[in-house]
Design a protein around this ligand. Structure first.
Ligand SMILES: [Zn+2]
Length: 466
């Protein structure tokens, strides 16, 4: 079990921030003044569901201790095991249809099976459709006594006023630095982990003030029950000045080998976000110094601009690596660039040689129909490549394996931009872009692809890049 799951607050005592909300809710429980609908408004990552769950648990606990759930009674135990059917959690982001809400409303009319209250926690409530809101409104107008709604949203302005006016509203604050520090120190003490101040500061600033990030980073950094700042530097690597200079100059010159550098950074397990954060500062420094020398800084400004925007986007992206990779591709995307031409020419010559060699070999293995007729330059017309679901499925598994086992981000991205066919013992790739081609066709990447294919099908494979 991860430390984050282990230390997820299970009662009000362990909710380490949002004191005002916590105390107000506890007081309402103590005085029997809970209302039937709550609206929790919060910025992202504020421990929102934790609060809603603790509240749902507390009002149904048969043995409350200081208005906290006891965590021991039957209801509390069933809740922990997610077996308590009277507490329903809905993610509106994935259930926006009115049917779901109608179903909920119909069921809400019946008394709870075991507990005092039926509790409906509807997360991202602003995502409900208009029809769903109307249905919800209907029950909020005449709520049965045994029902409690906890509506949660990150975008309050999208919730209809008619709903808001029927709810008791709570505005959550973003967790502050001090609260993260306290929580980490509490976990450190409970887990018998020694941690120095510098490490604590490092973890907090790298976490973007998201407790979940902070706790997972904390967990990753524990080495024999200690977290020592000097070891963090060794392990997470703060890049050298030369490495940054090199990276920036490759960006400026749209040098494609930067994709390999990126792969290396990812593979080394170094902190990617930290690298890009540092990079922003390094580019800023360079802009200032070139400005002093009266050089043309338009290119650097452009790089800085796109990077800055990308950096903030990673906060909301599911996969930081891809977001940063796309940033690099955006920067180096310039087909008239001399460097690109050279590499492309090389790739074309290679491809031609390969096709010549291939033509000399008579291959008796079964083939996917028509594939041999497709020359890399005219694949545009051959869109039936991916239409066979089975190949497509195999290709997906292959790419996912590559991504998971080897962390080859540039390679997997490039493969996704290419047409791929896997037959009995042959992988054929027609890259859609010059970038994709250069990033796929390296000795190392061929090795990695072969190993992955062989692990999947236990047979030797042949790779053809068209
Ligand atoms: Zn209990």
């Amino acid at each position: 079990m991860s430390l984050y799951t282990k230390y997820r607050p299970k009662d009000f005592n362990n909710l380490v921030w949002q004191d005002f909300i916590k105390e107000t809710l506890k007081k309402a429980i103590a005085e029997g003044k809970t209302v039937w609908a709550y609206l929790f408004c919060w910025p992202r990552w504020t421990g929102k569901t934790s609060t809603a769950r603790i509240f749902a648990k507390a009002i149904n606990c048969t043995n409350q201790k200081d208005w906290n759930p006891c965590l021991e009674c039957e209801n509390c135990k069933e809740f922990a095991e997610e077996k308590l059917i009277d507490v329903v959690e809905i993610d509106a982001a994935s259930h926006t249809g009115v049917d779901n809400i109608r179903e909920i409303i119909e069921k809400a009319q019946f008394s709870p099976t075991k507990t005092k209250y039926k509790v409906y926690i509807i997360d991202e409530v602003h995502m409900l459709s208009k029809g769903a809101f109307n249905a919800l409104l209907k029950i909020l107008e005449e709520p049965p006594n045994h029902v409690k709604f906890i509506l949660a949203t990150t975008e309050t302005h999208k919730v209809p006023e008619t709903i808001i006016s029927r709810c008791q509203r709570y505005d959550f604050k973003r967790i502050d630095e001090e609260s993260i520090r306290k929580r980490l120190l509490f976990i450190a003490e409970s887990e018998n982990v020694k941690i120095d101040d510098k490490s604590l500061n490092y973890i907090i600033s790298s976490s973007n003030w998201w407790l979940r990030n902070a706790i997972s980073l904390f967990e990753q950094l524990i080495e024999s029950s200690e977290i020592i700042y000097e070891r963090i530097i060794e392990k997470l690597w703060i890049s050298s000045k030369e490495e940054f200079q090199n990276f920036i100059s490759k960006l400026e010159n749209k040098d494609l080998s930067i994709l390999e550098d990126f792969d290396k950074i990812v593979e080394s397990g170094k902190n990617l976000k930290l690298f890009f954060k540092e990079l922003i500062f390094k580019i800023k420094d360079k802009i200032i110094s070139e400005l002093k020398d009266q050089k043309d800084i338009s290119n650097l400004i452009n790089i800085f601009d796109i990077l800055d925007e990308t950096y903030w986007k990673t906060k909301y992206s599911l996969d930081e690596n891809t977001t940063f990779l796309v940033w690099i591709l955006k920067i180096i995307w310039n087909q008239s660039n001399k460097n690109t031409e050279n590499i492309t020419q090389k790739a074309e010559t290679k491809t031609k040689q390969k096709i010549e060699i291939k033509e000399k070999i008579t291959d008796s293995e079964p083939k996917i129909e028509d594939l041999d007729d497709i020359f890399w330059s005219d694949f545009e017309e051959k869109n039936e490549w991916k239409t066979n679901k089975d190949w497509w499925f195999q290709a997906e598994i292959f790419i996912n394996n590559l991504k998971q086992t080897w962390a080859k981000w540039a390679l997997t991205m490039s493969l996704r931009w290419s047409k791929i066919a896997i037959s009995w013992n042959q992988l054929e790739i027609a890259p859609n872009t010059k970038f994709a081609r250069t990033s796929i066709d390296t000795f190392e990447n061929r090795e990695v692809m072969l190993k992955t294919l062989e692990n999947m099908w236990f047979t030797d494979f042949n790779i053809i890049i068209k």
